[in-house]
Design a protein around this ligand. Sequence first.
Ligand SMILES: NC(=O)c1ccc[n+]([C@@H]2O[C@H](COP(=O)([O-])OP(=O)(O)OC[C@H]3O[C@@H](n4cnc5c(N)ncnc54)[C@H](OP(=O)(O)O)[C@@H]3O)[C@@H](O)[C@H]2O)c1
Length: 373
Amino acid sequence: MPLRRLEISQFGGPEMIRLVEDAALPQPGPGEVRIQVEASSLVFTDMLIRRNLYPVLKLSLPLTLGYDFVGRIDALGAGVTHWHIGDRVADLIQLGGNATHLVRPADRLVAVPQGLDATRAEPLILSYMTAYQALFREADAKPGDSVLICGASGAVGMAALDLCRAFGLRVVGVASARREPVVTSLGAAFVAYDGPDAAGKLDRLSQEVGGFKVIVDAARAESLAAAMARLAPQGRLVALGFSAAFRNAYKAGDDSPGVFARLRFALDFLRIKWLSSRPGSSRRVVFYDISGRRQRHPKEFADDLVTLFTLLEGERITPRVQRAFGLTDAVEAHRLIESGQVEGRLVLDLMLPTGGGSSCDVRDESNPRNKDS
Ligand SMILES: NC(=O)c1ccc[n+]([C@@H]2O[C@H](COP(=O)([O-])OP(=O)(O)OC[C@H]3O[C@@H](n4cnc5c(N)ncnc54)[C@H](OP(=O)(O)O)[C@@H]3O)[C@@H](O)[C@H]2O)c1
């Protein structure tokens, strides 16, 4: 059986993605397992990696895309005793998940309940984990707290809205005007960043609640001073993403952002990291980095992923998967992500017939996964 995977050998646009076939499957070494991948990421972060704009990862080419995966163990390396063939597992890996098979160290994996659909479980690893840890680990949100989510219609933003609903937080979501129905359907008040007087509306909403206890910012659209002024006295602004900055850099239709746009990204990133490292002040900016936090707290990551799987099993959360794609349609998926056409999540579904073929909406009955759910 060949290994099929999505590779780039040059940084750039979606057209850089190639479906590559290797004749032999990788073999697990001591302490490793091989996994047949069921589902993997197709998210904004994969696109940043493809364009070499991802701030916290040194990349070398060629590389296989795919920030995370859910799959089933199909070979054990020497000395692995706590996993068995057929066990379902998940991991956050940054690179390499967009493949039919991969090899991982056995002790990094988290068990996935057998009954969960892979395309619904996969969004929990990066998108939901980011939202969960931003809200509850970085900002210590509690039921009843007022929360503002900037970038509310994206993968992380919708996960955050879903979690706020599940945990009884009061939430305001910011996204473009066309996203109002989806944001309000998740129980949030809504402000359109491209509507009239967006900043004034946010200021007034903040005053009504005595300042937001938590702001989760996936967009970085406003000055830090304006955003911080909307925090409650002990509030936390968790900065985690740069969607708006990216869109601004590309809005001229250039295929790659200019030196100044890159410099702006870099300076903003460094400033937030610096502010984040300063102890003390009552209103604080915190920079969240999922991989860095996992490195510092590996057990916490595994515990939180188990919590998220349990919430999904109990139907307390509902990941919104707009569409599942096969391997051969990944270029189309990346184009959709870049054009801002995605509401919630896209997922790479490795269990579609031939591992590719035609793309397939998860709501479409021709997708075998829909028949289970
Ligand atoms: N730090 C970490 O560990 C971590 C982990 C995961 C993701 N991230 C980052 O978080 C960011 C979001 O990821 P994602 O997967 O959710 O991306 P996404 O699905 O592309 O979502 C982007 C969101 O940003 C919104 N947006 C764009 N311009 C905006 C503006 N001017 N004001 C307010 N919102 C605006 C979009 O709204 P409309 O579509 O309505 O315009 C959309 O809701 C990315 O930068 C990603 O790399 C970081």
